[in-house]
Design a protein around this ligand. Structure first.
Ligand code: 5GP
Ligand code: ZN
Length: 114
């Protein structure tokens, strides 16, 4: 997608600190981390938000969660705990219009979710 910052990161037009990449998923460090571990996991295919998901995306979204589990372990937060966040739309606080999963951990995150 033209003008999508995360598509530009996928296409290496914008640099990022990549922590994992395969054919259809990219994982990179958030540029403005809110915790010691803050990794963004995205499908390479442009989907604007969760609202764009169809059954065709079930395989990649399933793989994303297994990958998140692996990244949490590699980042050393599997046992201490972590949070996975997907913001959707304006009220959900989504700022970048390319579906992404935040993996956040490395400090106590508290109970606040809203
Ligand atoms: P949202 O609020 O849309 O759920 O989260 C967007 C996230 O993308 C934010 O945490 C923000 O720091 C991150 N972000 C925005 N632009 C860039 C960028 O160019 N590179 C990286 N690595 N992260 C970005
Ligand atoms: Zn995109």
């Amino acid at each position: 997608m033209d003008n999508c910052i995360f598509c530009k990161i996928v296409n290496k037009e914008i640099p990022s600190a990549i922590v994992f990449e395969n054919e259809d998923i990219l994982c990179f460090k958030d540029i403005n981390p809110v915790a010691p571990v803050h990794i963004l996991v995205i499908p390479k295919k442009h989907l604007t938000s969760l609202n764009d998901l169809t059954e065709d995306d079930m395989a990649v979204t399933g793989r994303i969660f297994v990958l998140i589990k692996q990244l949490a372990a590699e980042s050393g937060v599997a046992e201490s705990g972590y949070r996975v966040v997907v913001n959707c739309g304006p009220d959900g606080g989504q700022e970048v219009g390319h579906l992404h999963y935040h993996l956040i951990g490395g400090k106590p995150l508290g109970k606040k979710i809203g």
